[in-house]
Design a protein around this ligand. Structure first.
Ligand code: GLC
Length: 551
């Protein structure tokens, strides 16, 4: 019948509309800094298993785990040596299976990181490529090229590594002489895979199946914009005005994601792909979010927006009008300065460059509390980064010799990198290492600031005005209101500097102005991020209201 495909599409999009992930709150577990179960100072699966109840009580719907695969850890696990096994520092494959099963028993979905752009230089494929030499099928899985200039001493093109320095490293061939170069958009230890190569595609389909068969609910796709390169590998310095980078947003990506979508749709349950695309503005995500490709993508425009009502509103409107039901709201992750710290600086936007300006943590905390209520009120899914529910700040004073982020070495010690948001969580105020590990454990792999004592989870639990209790209350209310993507947002006029909107009998008001703001008429103030002043909303405070019943 001619109308069959349309009908199928319609049914599929109706199902997709109702999928759990469109309204879910995801909690990002940066495993090596979450909880240490075996006492070696590094977070692991045993630590996570022991804290699943905490996550359940927090009220999130799902966890996203950063890479847990076998890895030499040149980039915190984003250099994968074996995609089908767990790194011993985290546990075993059996532990991973237990985490999936136990998370499910706690009503928590589990999505895991997939790293398809590059693998580790210790991956068996890359070792085989080095051994096999130029022109071999083993090298064709990567981007090996002869160098330029006399004897090939210059890299094949001018691409920079995102971690500093050139994106190419020259290898020593079997005869002991310098030979070809290979491409790595990130660290030297992270050779880029060649997605033109059929074996690469087949291998990743096998890896996806391996984990889907073990019950994961989806994948976060690392560096989702960069898998496909312009095969001519053109220099960027001489590219045409207005043309994009030859390693991002290339047409061929869509075919990969269409194949992956068919694959994941063949599994029962609503499983998802969420893409990490640093493509801005948010409108550039839309082509990847059609119903035959990815389910959602992180909203980095929202993360990057300054604490400015007009800019926030613009991002919110652009998101909802372009990606609609696939909207997500993200403020922090393991790659960026924690938003509490950003919001306490003079420049509140996210920027990769290190901002040395002083931080007003009290102001940052107030805004972070308000921002939590804003994010959790918007239509769409929300991604929380571990520790934001405790009000953790960016740690700016990690001793040089302890810095693990490859950015530090690759930039010749110019950029300290991302360790400041990766400091192990404080669980118990009174315990060594704030209870990151069991009694007698080695100290956490990065030192925690003494000031985190008051932010330890056990110091906040049950304390009504703590950050933890704010998140718990907000998540409880969010869950009980059961708002769906159909409960769309209508802006309310609440005065200059005040963002206010309603969604089906529920409203959120955020005061970013420097003065008290009037709270619109309501039946009840459900929750506020800080104390109200004579029924007025103080600066940098948000509240949730239930609507006044219509007369
Ligand atoms: C992504 C990850 C980041 C990692 C990079 C290379 O951006 O989030 O942590 O360093 O990819 O894999």
């Amino acid at each position: 019948m001619a109308d069959r495909p349309d009908l199928r599409t319609a049914v599929r999009s109706a199902v997709a509309e109702a999928a759990w992930y469109h309204t879910a709150v995801f909690y990002q577990v940066y495993l090596r800094s979450f909880a240490d179960g075996n006492g070696d100072g590094v977070g692991d699966l045993a630590g996570l298993r022991a804290r699943l109840q905490y996550l359940r009580e927090l009220g999130v719907d799902a966890i996203w785990l950063n890479p847990w695969y076998c890895s030499p850890m040149a980039d915190g696990g984003y250099d994968v040596a074996d995609y089908r096994d767990i790194d011993p520092v985290f546990g075993t494959l059996a532990d991973a299976e237990s985490v999936i099963a136990e998370a499910h028993a706690h009503q928590l979905k589990v999505i895991i990181d997939m790293v398809p752009n590059h693998c580790s230089n210790q991956h068996r494929w890359f070792r085989a490529a080095l051994a096999a030499g130029p022109g071999s099928p083993e090298r064709a899985r990567f981007w090996f090229r002869p160098g330029r200039g006399e004897s090939g001493v210059q890299p094949p093109n001018d691409w920079p590594s995102k971690f500093g320095g050139p994106a190419w490293t020259r290898v020593i061939e079997q005869d002991g002489a310098p030979g070809e170069w290979y491409l790595h958009l990130y660290a030297t230890e992270q050779p880029d895979l060649n997605w033109e190569n059929r074996e690469v595609r087949a291998e990743f389909e096998g890896i996806l199946r391996f984990w889907l068969d073990r019950g994961v609910d989806g994948f976060r796709i690392d560096v989702a914009e960069a898998l496909v390169k312009d095969p001519a590998l053109p220099d960027v310095a001489t590219r045409a005005e207005g043309s994009g980078m030859p390693w991002e947003d290339q047409d061929g990506l869509h075919d990969i994601y269409r194949d992956w979508r068919r694959l994941i749709d063949s599994y029962p349950g609503d499983r998802l792909f969420v893409g990490e695309f640093w493509l801005r503005p948010v409108t550039r995500l839309q082509p990847y979010l059609s119903s035959d490709q990815l389910h959602m993508a992180f909203n980095f425009d929202y993360l990057s927006a300054p604490w400015d009502p007009a800019r926030l509103r613009t991002v919110i409107d652009a998101t909802l009008s372009t990606v609609g039901a696939a909207a997500s709201w993200v403020l922090s992750n393991h790659d960026v300065t924690r938003h509490l710290t950003r919001y306490g600086r003079a420049d509140t936007s996210h920027d990769w460059r290190r901002d040395p300006s002083t931080v007003d943590l009290e102001l940052g905390t107030r805004r972070a509390r308000a921002a939590a209520l804003l994010s959790l009120a918007l239509p769409g899914s929300v991604y929380l980064y571990q520790g934001e529910e405790l009000g953790l700040w960016e740690v700016d004073d990690i001793p040089d010799e302890l810095i693990a982020d490859p950015l530090w070495e690759r930039t010749g010690h110019l950029v300290r990198g991302r360790d400041g948001c990766r400091v192990p969580l404080p669980w118990q105020a009174g315990a060594p290492g704030f209870g990151f590990g069991p009694p007698g454990a080695a100290p956490p792999w990065l030192p925690q600031p003494a000031g985190w004592r008051d932010l330890a989870a056990d110091a906040q639990a049950g304390v009504p005005d703590s950050m933890l209790e704010l998140y718990r209350a907000a998540l409880r209310i969010r869950r009980s209101r059961r708002l769906t993507v159909a409960d769309s947002l209508a802006w309310l006029d609440a005065g200059a500097g005040v963002l206010a909107f309603s969604r089906s009998g529920f409203s959120c008001v955020l005061n970013t102005s420097g003065r008290l703001a009037r709270i619109p008429p309501c039946e009840e103030v459900l929750l506020a991020s800080g104390p109200l002043v004579e029924d007025m909303l103080p600066p940098d405070t948000a509240c949730w209201l239930s609507a006044k019943p219509s007369p």
